[in-house]
Ligand binder design. Structure first.
Ligand SMILES: C[S@@+](CC[C@H](N)C(=O)[O-])C[C@H]1O[C@@H](n2cnc3c(N)ncnc32)[C@H](O)[C@@H]1O
Length: 241
């Protein structure tokens, strides 16, 4: 019988900032494949539990794609042996963590998997340092970028990158119109996620052109995601819903 792979976020480093779900899964796991950024104390705790823990972090000299292939093959091998595999990543696995690539690989290989979000460094590290990311007097937006990209790439964020909109349910129609007017392709995928992570979660997918019409019935708290990443969900949906 095939096992299962859990792609789990370990949070920013403090073991107490791990989720309850992450801790439970680590206790259940037969094997844990962990990254460089998983907090040292968390790794110590895992080892104390006597778990088989394999370091699969990349160092700067390694060719990323080769290492990624090795990691993919390890997940597959252990799952096919019927094992519960925890693929443990720093922060959140879907934020600059290649979690999307690994999930797509598992879906393609028909290996059961689940994504367990983690507390991302994006918000937790500034918060712990006393820095609010938004503030009524100072800022109502957050731009998160990869430092390897230059500012020309950053400038394209509204037209090429992922946009996450909070508090946008009632203004969705004008948000989409304005993005199209600003030059974003009207076929850009958009998802509206209502009551996320609860049993009432609903995900409505469309494009900048038609999402406002499709999401008319949304009445609960919602997050809007604009960008090509929404398409990844199609490739994962049979496994993670
Ligand atoms: C490859 S990204 C992974 C991000 C991770 N998936 C997340 O959601 O936080 C690695 C970068 O995250 C940031 N980072 C992660 N944990 C951090 C921490 N505890 N303190 C400061 N920066 C951190 C650093 O900029 C680091 O180079």
């Amino acid at each position: 019988m095939t096992g299962k792979v859990y792609i789990v976020g370990a949070g920013p480093g403090d073991p107490e900032l791990m989720t309850v779900k992450a801790v439970k899964l680590i206790k259940r796991a037969d094997v844990i494949l962990y990254d460089k950024l998983v907090g040292e104390k968390i790794v110590e705790e895992i080892k104390k539990l006597g778990k088989k823990a394999i370091y699969v972090g990349k160092n700067s000299k390694e060719r990323g794609m080769d290492r990624q292939r090795e990691i993919n093959e390890m997940m597959k091998k252990f799952a096919l042996e019927g094992k519960i595999v925890v693929r443990l990543k720093g922060g959140d696995p879907f934020v600059f963590g290649r979690g999307g690539i690994e999930a797509e690989f598992l879906a393609k290989e028909n290996i059961p998997f689940e994504i367990i979000p983690g507390v991302s460094s994006i918000n937790s590290v500034p918060a712990t340092a006393g820095i609010p990311l938004t503030h009524p007097n100072h800022s109502s937006s957050i731009l998160v970028v990869a430092g390897r990209d230059d500012i020309e790439e950053w400038k394209k964020a509204p037209l090429k990158g992922t946009i996450v909109v909070l508090m946008g349910r009632d203004t969705l129609s004008s948000i989409c119109d304005n993005l199209i007017k600003a030059g974003r392709d009207e076929n850009t995928p958009v998802a509206v996620v209502e009551n996320g992570t609860t049993p009432e979660q609903k995900v409505i997918v469309g494009t900048l052109r038609d999402i406002a019409e499709k999401a008319k019935g949304v009445k609960g708290p919602a997050i809007i995601v604009v960008g090509e990443v929404v398409k990844v969900r199609e490739r994962l949906r049979n496994y993670n819903q």
